[in-house]
Design a protein around this ligand. Structure first.
Ligand SMILES: C[S@@+](CC[C@H](N)C(=O)[O-])C[C@H]1O[C@@H](n2cnc3c(N)ncnc32)[C@H](O)[C@@H]1O
Length: 303
């Protein structure tokens, strides 16, 4: 295991000041595998101890508890060059059970905040497309869309439905703009529905993309769809997939994105559920940089 990346860790109390943050270098090659794994586990648990209360805004006054700081620390730890077997071993510790939900919940919440900020920037910008391209993860979405267009064997003019389209429906925007598809987003939060509709209008895509206020139970819809995509943050996963397995016609194609590379599997909320038997995986495409997600493709079979 390569273990030479720098981590910023802090003392394990939730109320330390930023000056308490000290740089800790994960021991380089030649140090023991166990101490390296322990350092990573310690960093994850420290992030967990802070994100568990992240919606208590008063904690933000302490910079080491600010969501942006925690998001960056999390990004840094999951990007460490740790092979899949070692990552599985580190994350299989039972002590992590409650950390998973808190960390994925925090990340999902913070990602939505980033999307809201970017959506508002697009609405204000004199060059909305340039503003969209400035979004930190834009190139990741370009790569993911390419993979999904290919993996689902789509063609221009087909319709994709995205469950959990969010305040900035980037997946749909990129799929429609780059691959000539039509898009339908389903979003459960009314203010995000409204904001995303305004963004789509500002980008001149209202003829190609529409957003419906609803959730997984809104499916199936009347319009024929060639692919149903389930957002990585759509929840609850077991209810969503059980519903799709029962309510969508045989032959329906479904895709979703998982994190399975190294420590990124810390963010994965799919692998903890067993898919219903009639959802058959027909393809799985590992990520091409800068994308970090594996795309999984299913087809609805006979129940
Ligand atoms: C932050 S977005 C991420 C999608 C991203 N914008 C994209 O284009 O790939 C995830 C959204 O999923 C929504 N969501 C989560 N579960 C859902 C469900 N069961 N039905 C509808 N929306 C859901 C959340 O409200 C959130 O806005």
């Amino acid at each position: 295991m390569t273990c030479t990346t720098q981590l910023y860790t802090s003392k394990p109390t939730a109320f330390t000041h930023s000056s308490d943050i000290h740089e800790k270098i994960i021991p380089g090659l030649g140090t023991s595998h166990d101490s390296c794994a322990d350092t990573i586990a310690g960093e994850i648990m420290d992030i967990y101890s802070r994100v568990v209360d992240f919606d208590r805004k008063e904690l933000y006054y302490n910079p080491s508890n600010h969501p942006k700081t925690l998001f960056q620390r999390l990004d840094q730890v999951i990007a460490l060059d740790v092979d899949d077997t070692t990552a599985k071993a580190i994350l299989s510790s039972s002590g992590f059970n409650s950390a998973f939900d808190a960390i994925t919940g925090f990340r999902s919440h913070y990602t939505a905040e980033l999307e809201i900020e970017q959506a508002n920037a697009i609405l204000k910008s004199s060059d909305p497309w340039q503003s969209l391209k400035n979004f930190a993860y834009f190139q990741n979405y370009i790569e993911l869309a390419r993979t999904e267009f290919r993996g689902a064997r789509l063609k221009a003019g087909d319709t994709v439905l995205f469950l959990g389209s969010g305040p900035l429906p980037l997946s749909l925007i990129v799929l429609c703009r780059e691959h000539g598809l039509k898009g339908i987003g389903i979003e459960q939060e009314p203010d995000r529905v409204e904001l995303s509709r305004r963004v789509i209008e500002r980008l001149g895509l209202s003829d190609q993309i529409k957003i419906i206020k609803g959730n997984h139970l809104t499916l199936p819809i009347k319009e024929p769809t060639d692919l149903i995509m389930v957002a990585a943050q759509a929840e609850p996963k077991d209810v969503i997939f059980n519903h799709l397995a029962k309510a969508t016609p045989t032959g329906t194609k479904i895709s979703y994105r998982i994190y399975e590379k190294g420590l990124r599997r810390l963010l994965d909320t799919f692998s903890r559920y067993e898919l219903p038997k009639n959802l058959k995986e027909y393809q799985r495409i590992r990520p091409t940089p800068p994308a970090n997600n594996t795309s999984v493709f299913l087809s609805v079979g006979y129940a």
